[in-house]
Design a protein around this ligand. Structure first.
Ligand SMILES: *Cc1c(COP(=O)(O)O)cnc(C)c1O
Length: 577
């Protein structure tokens, strides 16, 4: 009796601690957070990673909260016209269906106007029921000018001014909102990329502009871009126009006279900095001339990206795998035919969806290669088409391809690449079916990374900071065929977990190299290794599937990533399982 009573008190206390803002110690800020396709506030890898990391924090019971902006018109919806030109339309969605509006309201000052900010919340629930709230800041409501309302419309839309306003709302408004909601015990602010770096200004204001060291002690910064041009940069002329003078003056004291690089701001004002793969960490140390930059290799959330059939198998052969994906080493024990059946089920689901979306019928018994990523030129979606004659001689009747990916509306090079794929798909017809699936999002991402046989990735080295879509594949026994860049350098064992394309770059710098090698290697391995293994050595193929699950799926997951952040960056312990 007493014990039961005691346990009730225990539960009530636990419940209170889990919900009470006063017990949260970490806040995770990201310009985009991708939780699911029906909350279209993400564009790609950065946002999906943020969502996966927050989900794993919930699984592990880490006292964290997420902070981002609400984008009423999302990134954009992509469709192709009948010549393969990308057309962009605004996303239309109803936040009230997915998120809950809170009564809290704060203000930020932009261009001398008071802009009111409110917030919505989506609560993630971990495997053991632990809640992690994710907040979406919003200025689109009555009381703000039409212009100010539009600040939370588009992700990565608008000009520099629009971007600066958004980043001020995220960094300054985000912290104000957290305080308004009662988060007064936060010890760590994690900046997922530099966009929320103006948080430092608000922290300084709170502390009476006393000491930079006090600010540094509270900030953790993750950098994601190995290309200097990929980093946000604002000139003081614009900053002076947009921000209140206390903030612009403060920034001048903190940063060099040329302007404010958000990455630089993150690097200078944080106690811990990390890159997102071993290679990227090396490149970042070199690029920023900072040997202290640490590395935490990215991962993906197992519960989100594993196909239902494989979930069932792992539950049977590797119980507890979602709490501890390290247990997936047991995948080697799963009988071959079970692996194959689970894979074919995922492949059939993909084939059905492709038929539904495009009217094109693919064959579930034909080797299927997937390629889906942001259509930027360095990703080289067209590498496969370098020598179409060669491709025809190798792959006719034996391979079918699925492509997906959006190009940023201003990236003409990326759009041209999409057109090239589209044209090739028409020219090659049914000899080598190439299907472009429009409007790549998390739902299509999941279908592809679960249902194809091989995942192709061939960016120019070393521009891929990490890449995570290939990691989703490893949880589903889909084999990676990739350039040695980003995470794949760490996951690749030739003929065991997948195949490489081209040599590894030994330099920690961006340099041009002979790209024709990559194309030759791509064709060579397709012809000599991949097609023969798929059609004539099923045993070897399935063995590779199992090894990719056991050796890669067990490691490249956000459960391991979050444990590393807790240990090395946050200094908090999770509640354990
Ligand atoms: C996983 C995912 C990404 C990230 O993939 P990369 O390997 O970094 O290209 C991008 N977009 C969507 C929709 C995803 O699901």
């Amino acid at each position: 009796m007493t014990m039961t009573y005691g346990r009730h008190i225990g539960h009530a206390l636990k419940d209170m601690m889990e919900k009470d803002p006063a017990f949260r110690t970490v806040a995770y800020f990201s310009m985009e957070i991708g939780i699911k396709a029906s909350i279209p506030t993400y564009s790609g890898g950065l946002g999906v990673l943020a969502g996966d990391i927050l989900k794993s924090n919930a699984d592990l019971g880490v006292p964290i909260v997420g902070m981002t902006l609400l984008y009423h018109r999302g990134y954009f919806n992509q469709s192709l016209d009948d010549e393969g030109y990308q057309k962009e339309t605004a996303v239309s969605w109803q936040p009230e269906r997915e998120l809950r509006l809170l009564p809290n309201q704060v203000s930020v000052y932009l261009e001398g106007r008071e802009v009111k900010v409110r917030t919505w919340v989506h609560e993630l629930t971990g495997l053991n029921g632990y809640p992690v709230p994710v907040y979406f800041l919003d200025t689109d409501f009555e009381g703000n000018t039409a212009d100010d309302r539009s600040f939370t419309w588009y992700l990565y839309g608008g000009d520099q001014r629009y971007r600066l306003c958004q980043e001020t709302i995220l960094g300054v408004g985000g912290l104000r909102m957290l305080r308004d909601m009662g988060y007064n015990s936060l010890e760590t602010f994690h900046l997922n990329e530099g966009h929320a770096g103006f948080l430092t200004l608000e922290l300084l204001r709170e502390q009476g502009y006393e000491s930079y060291d006090k600010i540094r002690e509270q900030i953790v910064f993750t950098t994601h871009t190995p290309v200097p041009a990929g980093h946000d940069h604002f000139h003081y002329e614009l900053i002076d126009r947009v921000m209140p003078s206390v903030f612009s003056g403060q920034l001048r004291r903190m940063m060099p006279p040329e302007g404010v690089s958000m990455t630089e701001l993150g690097l200078r004002f944080s106690r811990y900095v990390n890159g997102v793969s071993r290679k990227h960490t090396e490149v970042s140390r070199n690029m920023f001339n900072d040997p202290k930059i640490d590395g935490i290799t990215n991962g993906v959330h197992p519960g989100t990206w594993t196909a239902p059939g494989f979930k069932r198998l792992y539950d049977a052969y590797a119980p507890g795998w979602q709490h501890d994906p390290g247990r997936l080493v047991q995948a080697l024990q799963i009988p071959d035919e079970e692996i194959w059946k689970a894979h074919q089920a995922a492949k059939l689901r993909l084939v059905a969806k492709v038929l539904e979306l495009t009217g094109q019928q693919l064959d579930a018994d034909v080797l299927t290669i997937g390629f889906a990523r942001r259509a930027a030129t360095y990703k080289r979606a067209d590498l496969l088409l370098t020598d179409v004659k060669r491709l025809l001689s190798i792959a006719s009747g034996q391979v079918q391809f699925l492509f997906a990916g959006k190009s940023h509306p201003h990236d003409e090079g990326g759009k041209a690449m999409i057109r090239q794929i589209y044209r090739a798909s028409q020219e090659l017809g049914s000899t080598i079916p190439i299907v472009f699936v429009e409007n790549y999002d998390m739902e299509i991402g999941a279908l592809l990374t679960q249902g194809v046989d091989v995942w192709l990735n061939n960016p120019k080295r070393p521009r891929e900071a990490s890449g995570t879509s290939g990691m989703k594949c490893t949880l589903n026994g889909v084999l990676n065929f990739s350039v040695l860049d980003g995470w794949w350098i760490e996951g690749w064992i030739e003929d065991v977990t997948g195949w490489s394309i081209g040599p590894e770059s030994k330099e920690a710098e961006l340099i041009d190299y002979d790209e024709s090698q990559d194309a030759a290697d791509l064709y060579g391995k397709l012809e000599e290794k991949i097609i023969p293994a798929y059609y004539r050595n099923r045993e070897k193929w399935v063995s590779m599937m199992k090894h990719t699950i056991a050796l890669n799926g067990s490691y490249f997951n956000t459960t391991r990533v979050v444990r590393e952040y807790c240990e090395k960056a946050y200094g908090v312990s999770f509640r354990g399982l």
